[in-house]
Design a protein around this ligand. Structure first.
Ligand SMILES: CC(C)(COP(=O)(O)OP(=O)(O)OC[C@H]1O[C@@H](n2cnc3c(N)ncnc32)[C@H](O)[C@@H]1OP(=O)(O)O)[C@@H](O)C(=O)NCCC(=O)NCCS
Length: 160
């Protein structure tokens, strides 16, 4: 049985839609990016490069006029970046973006994440991803953890 506290989350999720990035979104995306990665945020140029290179695979999630988050992935299943605006975290939007990428690529998803980013690692593990390796000092003084979603988990999610 659902807890009462889950109903607002369900309503917000029902109102949210995923669509392709449009150039007019750039300032809102940069705001989310800077909030999520204060020291290492992608620049406007990098974001626009991604928008050009991954036209179908740079998507945003929005509710009304508000952009809640985004994900950038490629057809090999590599997730280049994802973030949700801090005020909208823990409401299931990160998961919705991840599921979109998974359905779209129909492949294994994989990514690098900072070893010190325990929230993101917990998030990815909750989605069934597993640790596949580690690259020492990939982010300067921090290691990258390589995470993959293998075929067995993919089979579980494909009908969602
Ligand atoms: C990681 C991130 C995208 C998750 O987005 P989100 O919308 O908050 O995630 P969801 O609400 O879909 O969470 C799904 C599950 O992940 C886990 N999770 C997410 N955030 C968590 C947290 N702060 N603490 C513990 N578990 C967490 C929970 O299991 C959660 O399910 P629950 O809320 O039912 O318990 C978001 O925290 C973020 O933008 N972080 C900053 C940017 C970043 O680190 N990006 C990843 C870089 S590789």
């Amino acid at each position: 049985m659902r807890r009462h506290s889950e109903y607002p989350r369900m309503a917000e999720k029902a109102l949210a839609k995923i669509r392709k990035f449009e150039v007019g979104d750039i300032n809102k995306i940069l705001e989310i990016e800077e909030q999520a990665f204060p020291k290492t945020a992608y620049s406007r140029e990098t974001m626009l490069h991604y928008a050009n290179s991954f036209r179908d695979n740079f998507v945003v999630i929005e509710a009304g006029s508000e952009i809640l988050g985004y994900i950038i992935f490629d057809m090999s299943g590599h997730v280049h970046s994802t973030a949700v605006k801090s005020a909208y975290r823990r409401k299931g939007f990160g998961r919705m973006l991840f599921m979109h990428a998974l359905r779209y690529t129909k492949k294994r998803l994989w990514l690098e994440v900072r070893s010190k980013n325990s929230v993101a690692i917990r998030f990815y593990k909750g989605l069934g991803m597993e640790t596949a390796g580690r690259i020492p000092n990939y982010y300067g003084t921090d290691d990258a953890v390589i995470m993959v979603l293998g075929q067995k988990e993919w089979g579980h999610y494909v009908d969602i």
